[in-house]
Design a protein around this ligand. Structure first.
Ligand SMILES: [Mn+2]
Length: 346
């Protein structure tokens, strides 16, 4: 395990910088269902690295899993999508995995062998404390606000160009991972980094408009339904909402429209845990969890085979929605030491 020892706070390890400087080509990949931090860090790294040396950098995100809300980031970045050949040994000189805690969560092509991450070419940059350090070089800073903040520090340390587009991509990643600079990971260092990115050309109002004020009619109706379906349980310590596959499709929405809506149950006063359960396909339920105050939810997500951060985690449950709601509510109540009886379940 190479967490960069005393280099970990803001100084990328020399091994990482040397490896990137020597690479002939890069493929940047993130986790499945990539969020803005994942997209921003991968796209900005690919863009800045390639601009500095003219070598090929591509990105790979699992098809159709990028939220429609975040498509603008791909449009802004203009980074080429990777093709399978980019992952072949001779071509994928370096695979950079960002914001991804374990290799099984990485959005790499399904055609790759299971031990793809042992090829000796994988560079792993992340801020999840559950990161399994699966790379040839691992730079894991679990108190960084976001992987985008780490990529910013990396680009600065390597002297790579951060143009207004790269600055905007990184700012968008930081903005969402910090809940619009409102969550406990919003510290002075994160705000200084964000200020640097604004000086480099990121527009806070344009980016927030794209991320927070751009709901289409179907996404707005979906949000209304998530409000309507919100319930409380565990003596008020848990707020959760759920969306069935039928509801999702009736709205004209699909799995790509679900990202941060767990903020709806999260906005209820006095809760410790917020959960959103979305039946993305019949019998396949995506669980998003958030912990408020000091409540940690990574362990709860792990009970269902998922993972994440201490206070923001998720999992996929392979069961009908009703059953998933029941299992999650009862596990959360047990964790919170509360009784589930008397709660309203959908
Ligand atoms: Mn992140």
């Amino acid at each position: 395990m190479n967490r960069g020892a005393d280099e970990s706070r803001g100084h990328p390890p020399a091994t990482l910088m040397n490896s990137l400087a020597d690479a002939r080509s890069l493929v940047c990949v993130g986790h499945v269902s990539p969020d803005a931090d994942c997209l921003g860090s991968a796209l900005a790294l690919a863009r800045a690295w390639s601009a500095s040396n003219g070598r090929r950098a591509s990105v790979h995100f699992e098809e159709k899993t990028v939220s429609a809300r975040l498509d603008f980031m791909l449009d802004w970045a203009e980074v080429e999508p990777a093709v399978d050949a980019d992952f072949a040994d001779a071509d994928a000189d370096r695979i950079v995995v960002v914001d991804t805690s374990q290799p099984s969560r990485a959005g790499v092509p399904k055609t790759l062998p299971e031990d793809w991450h042992r090829s000796g070419t994988v560079l792993n940059i992340d801020h999840h404390f559950t990161n399994t350090c699966f790379g040839e070089v691992d730079w894991i800073v679990d108190d960084a606000s976001s992987t985008s903040e780490l990529v910013y520090l990396l680009l600065r340390a390597m002297g790579l160009p951060i143009d207004p587009v790269s600055a905007s991509l990184l700012y968008a990643g930081m903005y969402t991972d910090t809940g619009g600079f409102s969550l406990p990971n919003t510290n002075a260092k994160a705000l200084h980094t964000a200020a640097d990115l604004v000086e480099l050309g990121a527009s806070p109002s344009d980016i927030a408009a794209r991320l927070d004020r751009s709901l289409g009619p179907a996404q707005f109706d979906l949000l209304k339904l998530i409000y309507q379906n919100t319930r409380r349980a565990a003596d008020g310590a848990l707020a959760y909402s759920s969306i069935s596959h039928t509801e999702l499709t009736q709205m004209g929405c699909d799995a790509s429209d679900i990202d941060e809506q767990v903020n709806v149950p999260r906005s209820v006063m006095g809760i410790s845990i917020a959960a959103l359960l979305t039946e993305v396909h019949p019998g396949r339920v995506r669980l998003n969890l958030r912990g408020e105050h000091d409540t940690q939810v990574a362990g709860l997500a792990q009970q269902f085979g998922g993972g994440g951060h201490r206070q923001a985690a998720g999992a996929i449950l392979a069961c009908p929605l009703n059953e998933a709601v029941e299992r999650v509510v009862s596990a959360a109540a047990e964790m919170l030491g509360a009784q589930t009886c008397g709660t309203t379940q959908r």
